[in-house]
Design a protein around this ligand. Structure first.
Ligand code: UDX
Length: 447
């Protein structure tokens, strides 16, 4: 009989995982402790913007016309315990307030609440990004609290999905990592991922600590690549070089690769910044802090980018104060194709300029509601042209396709001065310069 799957926590990771499991043919029951989220999902609505997710959800959520009915949602833990052969724990692990360390309270609560309801043979699978050593501890929690005893087993199966590509990354993962302690656990995970593995996704079997580390190591590497190219951008600025050309040229070396070498205002979001900090904190606890001191530098290069963008804007306005100056900000989300503004470099820059007295007007294709909630005192416009109207300088801070397709001539009519600063190196300098704009970008020559 086909495995029955539950998904605990229906944020980015959980909602996508639940829909993907239904797409792979399993009966799925999702649980969240936030009633509004469950109500939305039951109606086939997604609580965030993620391309393709709503369609996938509506294809499977029970009660929606024409759906397979394989996906249901509940707030009842007993029902989840009763239903599942495999329970995926997908709750979030934010950064602790005032500390680098990861806040494990949601994961701990999920395990402590679920375990007493796991009464028969089941595999509980951790997917959340956690400090190494957590799985070992959670396995003990499960053993102590589950009436099923040894029949309730733990596995660790980190998730690598990118926002904006969550559905694609979940259905066609570039690898499946299975941290297991028994053949039974491995067999169950192979069954869950049979379709992607048959399509060629590598299946890597590890112990618990390695599985946990794969995730933090991967994100640390990605953060390092971005900060590396941003450090090169700083040098290019000092030496009058062009970091975009530099990245293209070094990227032709297959050992280096072209990806994740886009210089600009740096990385943000709900993962990379907090994951590298939690990793440093955990290494410290383990007595291996020296191994990760370089991540401190990665973090500081990254944070410096935001300040440098503010300084570039100040310079473009003549070098003095922002008081009385109008600044248009294109982009609020931490990356395009997402409505996520968590630790967004774009909003951070907008906020800094606003706090220094600038009149900032922000426009973002999908992130407006979240941005307004986080930064209610910034000005907002309904369109790019609206944001640019009367602006003394325009800042391009999130590389949405919509911004690449803007007509510089039309924007030039609206702006009070034709000065654009590209914080993502994503616009075509020639197109803008031809339309009479002063185009400046990070790590590139001025003209
Ligand atoms: C990341 C990891 O990629 C993913 O594997 C993990 O599961 C979760 O964290 P995500 O947070 O969705 O995914 O964003 P990602 O695409 O990695 O981008 C992170 C940030 O880096 C964004 O702010 C992006 O603008 C920035 N970035 C990315 C750069 O500044 N330059 C680049 O070359 C690439």
């Amino acid at each position: 009989m086909a495995l029955k799957i539950t998904v605990i926590g229906t944020g980015y990771l959980g909602a996508t995982h639940a829909a993907a499991m239904a797409e792979l043919g399993f009966e799925v029951l999702g649980l969240d402790v936030v009633p509004e989220k469950i109500e939305m999902l039951q109606r086939g609505e997604v609580p965030m913007y993620e391309p393709g997710l709503e369609e996938l959800l509506r294809k499977h959520v029970a009660g929606i016309e024409g759906s397979t009915g394989r996906l249901r949602f509940t707030m009842d833990w007993a029902e989840v315990g009763e239903f599942g052969d495999v329970h995926f724990v997908c709750v979030n692990t934010p950064q602790k307030h005032g500390e680098y360390a990861c806040d494990m309270s949601y994961v701990d609560a999920a395990f402590e609440t679920l375990a007493p309801h796991v009464k028969g043979p089941a595999l509980v699978v951790g997917k959340s990004t956690v400090p190494v050593g957590s799985a070992e501890r959670l396995a003990r929690t499960l053993a102590e609290l589950s009436p099923a005893g040894e029949d309730a087993e733990l596995a660790w199966n980190p998730e690598f999905l990118r926002e904006g590509f969550a559905v694609q990354d979940t259905l066609h993962p570039d690898r499946v990592v299975a941290g297991v302690r028994s053949e039974r656990a491995e067999k169950i995970l192979r069954e869950v991922y049979a379709t992607p593995v048959a399509e060629g996704s590598p299946f890597v079997v590890t112990d618990f600590p390695t599985a946990e580390l794969v995730k933090t190591a991967a994100n640390s590497f990605l953060a390092t690549k971005i900060s590396f190219i941003n450090a090169m951008a700083e040098v290019c600025e000092a030496a009058d070089g062009d970091v975009v050309k530099l990245a293209e040229a070094i990227g032709h070396d297959e050992r280096i690769g072209k990806k994740f070498l886009r210089a600009g205002i740096g990385f943000g979001g709900g993962c990379l910044p907090k994951d590298i900090r939690a990793f440093m904190a955990r290494a410290g606890e383990l007595g291996a802090d020296q191994a990760l001191t370089f991540l401190r530098e990665i973090d500081s290069i990254n944070m410096r980018r935001r300040g440098q963008m503010v300084e570039m804007a100040r310079e473009a306005l003549g070098g003095g104060s922002f008081l009385g100056k109008r600044v248009a900000v294109l982009g609020a989300t931490f990356k395009p194709d997402s409505d996520d503004v968590r630790d967004s470099p774009a909003l951070n820059v907008a906020g800094q300029i606003h706090l220094q007295g600038g009149q900032v007007t922000v426009y973002d294709p999908k992130g407006m509601a979240n941005a307004k909630r986080l930064f209610p005192t910034l000005g907002y416009a309904d369109s790019a042209v609206g944001a640019v109207r009367g602006a003394d300088v325009v800042l391009h801070l999130t590389e949405w396709r919509e911004f690449r397709e803007l007509d510089p001539a039309v924007l030039g009519e609206a702006a009070s001065a034709r000065v654009i600063l590209d914080g993502r190196n994503a616009l075509d300098p020639e197109t803008w310069r031809r339309a009479g704009w002063t185009y400046r970008a990070m790590g590139r020559p001025t003209a």
